[in-house]
Design a protein around this ligand. Structure first.
Ligand SMILES: [Cu+2]
Length: 979
């Protein structure tokens, strides 16, 4: 017997404490309406819901019903029913077919003050085109009142889900999530032929958790934050906390977003705790204390198992012998679930067989989990899974498709329970004094009557074969394996070509490759920062954890969990945009190969494990996203985009630990997919917003008219776009300024002369209207020094606003192409202001660690020479005094797409790939006197076992059909295994 359920009965007794919340009928998910053309409308709104309070005494959710100020996603299509007030978070369900074009109009109607980070929709697991990925490097945040239209194709069947990906994730914790089911004709054929359970035997369960401020319940104080999502223990908050220098008085409610920011600030030294390890971080990284299933607390009602008891909200009727399918979605920020179906009357676990999930249906059903007594069980990799055979384990972000049959001998009126274990061995985060370690998820009440038609799925059930569908593709066999692109390119821009992505803990903060992603290292904005709808999102600097590759590449990727000093934490690794095919898992006991093909986007990596994946960077059509209107308040700034038949795979794709706080604190990177032949260039030198940087006078008619910096350029041209960051003295901006950009050759250093620009290779004037500019960052007044190198001094009063200037360069023959000779070039900037205006432009410096090669140079002339190197002068009064200056700029070059598109991955026969055409053997047992004759069509090897779970062994005296045996008193089960 499974030791995990020994304490089941006492738990059920505890659940008898009553509280009454009216459930939504049947705990239904809410189907999104669509117009038949794949158009959907989703709006984020605040919405009060009723949930049962956490009962601290019993560690369950049978406390009194409370009103929770949640945020939800609602169906805003014309005619769609309004979400019903009352119990539970309404969870949306989107149904798609593989290859379908989807348009989703998203609107953020959350209150602006409570939602400073805005929102987006990330379509978790869908291999869509890059600008629809819904993250802070592919789009600007959709701020309160704004809207945004996603356009993409869902190419692969499977179970997916959606949520806002504007970090750090309070929107998800507050209730903004939904599920996506993508089906194809393979699956629909299997369902219609009763090879897989029908729709009314298929149950989708969207698992999540939540926590809210319920202090009014315990101290009767009129708490204005009562019911807000994101509870914390105010008694533990001491010292300076909050983003930047904001101090929150003890007892002030803050969202989970705030706590995660606080952890980031701790890391950069603003707070008082150790990096990422302070008490504050624990609020952001722990699971909520109330588990939600389809938006409801599953044990929120009176004794579901007691005779005459009120049915619990998540009770589904079944009958003995019924084939059922559970589609399980983990949409929690942090929490993992170890799920198993149990009959509480005899403590027997009814095994669940995994038939698919993230990447669609498997070729064969699998019994997973460890069980030494089960030779055909899920332990076929020979490694410790930390959950028992017949269980389904889903960590944050993971989905699983499972099936089983209700045993025929279950007594009517028995209620089977889908239980969850916290499994604190691998997931110690969950053991934080919240809900107990074993709790119910859903109930299956067994009634009387005949089971509907439907085959019972068992281990090895040949799913795809039964539908004559394509087998799951193996993308490794025969493929040329590519490597990540080494990026010794400069301007210095970080990345790694290492094919092993190490999940690590740098100074106890979650990290990748032990690289620190704190704000101090990413002054131009990093993955910790939300963005503000102004176009900065897609200018965020690449991370040191990034990898570059070309579209169409097949990569072998190793993801290793090396977070030993964080305890034995498992980290659910999530790659955006591409599915990973697991090949092997390596641990201390050796290499364990996956014996089957599957595609995953999220997988739980335990401490000490390394997973080896194949990832093929398939291209796909480009469908540009849209702002829903013109004008600044109608939508965020969009990046330039053109619809096309290919190129959708190009761009920046995040990978990260799906435990929200781990990702936000640094366990995050990107795979940046370049066009064929394109080399990484990226953002070389971002503006220094932290130290902060200084501005070097670069204005015609002043003592310093030209400022130049060098860069390395080894790509085909031309340079298509230049971004320059700078400020205006006293923040007095000249909107009518003309800018002059020049490119120069390089004169290497030769003592005593420093390196400097050589001859002028290209020049263009940019009058007003031919460039764009926007406010990029603001510091306190006068925080930035404004340096006039001709005087060697700073000009008061300095400035506070960093402006970003963007210039499009010609792409025809008049553009700037690589020069013969040295790949080192210089770029110079001069601003021409209105005559006698006295306004002065300065070119911002980049942080020291970004500065490439030689110091930047300045000149008193408009034509260049004589050049002098730039060193931070004493007047800047910061630690950079005496260091070499480099300026803040970014260059862009084009690439090409090879236009090899990802196929629409329907699994239907016959076109497009190998087809599994063999029909499964169907055994017929015919009694003849004292003998039984077993017959089947075709070949294969007959096996028998005492139970359907095995152990299976080859029937020694069988040489094929028919097989005649003389049964004795024992039950025997037979099956045929095909070669
Ligand atoms: Cu993690």
């Amino acid at each position: 017997m499974n030791k995990r359920i020994h304490n089941l009965i006492p738990i059920l007794a505890a659940a008898a404490a009553t509280a009454l919340v009216c459930p939504r009928a049947n705990a239904d998910l809410i189907d999104l309406t669509t117009d038949g053309s794949g158009n959907f409308n989703i709006t984020a709104v605040p919405f009060d819901v009723t949930l049962n309070q956490f009962n601290a005494a019993n560690k369950n959710n049978t406390g009194p019903a409370q009103t929770v100020h949640a945020w939800i996603l609602r169906d805003s299509s014309a005619g769609a029913p309004a979400p019903a007030p009352g119990s539970g978070i309404p969870v949306l369900r989107m149904r798609l077919t593989a290859g379908q074009r989807v348009t989703v109009n998203f609107k953020n109607m959350l209150p602006a003050g409570a939602n400073p980070e805005g929102a987006s929709i990330h379509w978790h697991g869908i291999e869509l085109d890059n600008d629809s990925d819904g993250v802070a490097v592919t789009q600007d945040s959709v701020l309160s009142g704004q809207c945004y239209t996603y356009r993409f194709i869902a190419p692969r069947p499977g179970l997916f889900w959606f949520h806002s990906h504007m970090l750090p994730g309070n929107t998800l914790f507050a209730g903004m999530y939904g599920i996506i089911i993508v089906t194809d004709c393979c699956e629909s054929g299997l369902v219609s032929s009763n090879r897989l359970p029908a729709a009314n035997s298929t149950f989708q369960l969207a698992l999540s958790d939540i926590q809210w401020d319920d202090r009014a319940q315990t101290n009767s104080v009129n708490n204005p934050n009562f019911g807000n999502v994101g509870k914390y223990n105010s008694a533990s908050i001491t010292g300076t906390v909050g983003h930047a220098t904001v101090i929150y008085p003890p007892g002030t409610f803050q969202t989970i977003n705030k706590w995660i920011h606080d952890c980031g600030d701790n890391e950069s030294g603003v707070g008082t705790s150790q990096p990422g390890g302070g008490a504050l971080c624990k609020f952001a990284s722990g699971p909520g204390n109330s588990v939600l299933v389809n938006g409801l607390t599953p044990e929120g009602n009176a004794a579901p198992l007691a005779p005459g008891g009120t049915p619990a909200p998540l009770t589904f009727p079944v009958v003995p012998g019924q084939s059922i399918r559970l589609q399980l979605f983990n949409e929690a920020l942090t929490r993992s679930f170890d799920l198993f179906l149990v009959n509480p009357t005899n403590n027997q676990t009814i095994p669940l067989y995994r038939i698919g999930g993230q990447g669609g249906l498997l070729d064969k059903a699998r019994l997973e989990g460890d069980d030494a007594g089960n030779p055909n069980g899920g332990n076929d990799f020979g490694w410790v899974s930390a959950y028992a055979a017949g269980h389904i384990s889903i960590s944050s972000g993971v989905r699983s498709d499972a099936a089983t049959c209700i045993p025929g001998n279950v007594a009517p009126n028995t209620t089977l329970i889908l239980m969850a274990s916290n499994n604190v061995t691998q997931w110690p985060l969950q053991n934080q004094g919240y809900i107990r370690n074993l709790f119910p998820i859903a109930y299956f009440k067994v009634g009387a009557g005949a089971a509907p038609a439907g085959a019972c799925v068992t281990n090895g059930y040949p799913i795809r074969m039964l539908g004559g569908c394509h087998a799951v593709e193996n993308i490794t066999n025969g493929a040329a394996i590519n490597q990540f692109i080494p990026t010794n390119q400069t301007p210095a821009h970080p990345s790694s070509a290492n094919s092993t992505i190490s999940l690590t803990s740098d100074k106890s903060a979650p990290s990748i490759d032990n690289l620190n992603l704190s704000p101090a290292n990413y002054p131009a904005g990093n993955q910790l920062d939300v963005n503000y709808g102004n176009g900065t999102a897609w200018q965020v600097a690449p991370l040191a954890t990034d990898r570059y590759a070309h579209v169409g590449d097949v990569l072998l990727l190793t993801v290793a969990n090396g977070t030993g000093n964080m305890g034995s934490l498992a980290h659910p690794y999530h790659l955006h945009g591409f599915s990973m095919q697991p090949i092997a898992m390596v641990d201390d006991n050796g290499t364990h190969e996956f014996g089957y093909n599957e595609f995953l986007d999220t997988i739980d990596v335990y401490s000490g494990q390394s997973y080896i994946f194949s990832v093929r960077l398939d291209d796909r059509p480009k469908l540009c996203d849209l702002s829903c209107g013109s004008g600044p308040n109608n939508g965020p700034v969009l990046q330039p985009c053109t619809d096309g038949g290919c190129g959708g795979a190009l761009g920046r794709w995040l990978y990260h630990c799906h435990i929200a706080s781990h990702g936000v604190l640094g366990m995050m990177g990107e795979i940046i997919v370049l066009a064929s032949g394109q080399q990484p260039m990226g953002l070389g030198q971002p503006p220094d917003t932290i130290t902060p940087g200084v501005d070097v006078l670069a204005t015609a008619g002043t003592g310093s008219q030209t400022v130049a910096d060098d860069f390395l350029w080894q790509n085909p041209g031309p340079i298509t776009h230049v971004t320059v960051w700078g400020s205006w003295l006293a923040d007095q901006v000249d909107p009518g300024a003309t800018f002059e950009l020049k490119f120069w050759t390089d004169v290497p250093a030769c003592n005593p002369m420093p390196s400097r620009p050589g001859w002028q290779a290209w020049e263009q004037m940019f009058p007003p209207g031919t460039y764009t500019f926007s406010s990029f960052y603001q510091l306190p007044p006068g925080a930035e020094k404004f340096v006039d190198p001709s005087q060697g001094s700073c000009i008061p009063p300095g400035d506070s606003i960093i402006w970003k200037y963007d210039f499009n360069l010609p792409t025809d023959s008049t553009g700037f192409y690589p020069l013969p000779g040295s790949p080192i070039n210089w770029i110079s900037v001069t601003a021409y202001t209105a005559t006698n205006s006295g306004l002065r432009f300065g070119w911002k410096t980049t942080p020291l660690q970004y500065g490439w090669n030689d110091d930047s140079s300045w000149s008193s002339t408009l034509w260049g020479p004589p050049w002098s190197e730039l060193i931070f002068p004493a007047c800047i009064q910061n630690p950079n005094i005496g260091a070499s200056m480099n300026q803040a700029f970014q260059l862009y070059i084009p690439g090409t797409s090879n236009c090899v598109n990802m196929p629409i991955l329907t699994n239907c026969a016959p076109a497009g790939g190998p087809v599994v055409s063999a029909q499964p053997p169907f055994l017929t047992a015919t009694p003849t006197g004292a003998q039984v004759t077993i017959t089947w069509a075709g070949g294969g090897t007959l096996q028998s076992a005492p139970t359907p779970l095995g152990p299976w062994s080859v029937v020694p005296d069988s040489s094929g059909t028919p097989y005649v045996t003389s049964p004795n008193a024992d039950k025997r089960f037979y099956r045929v295994v095909l070669p």
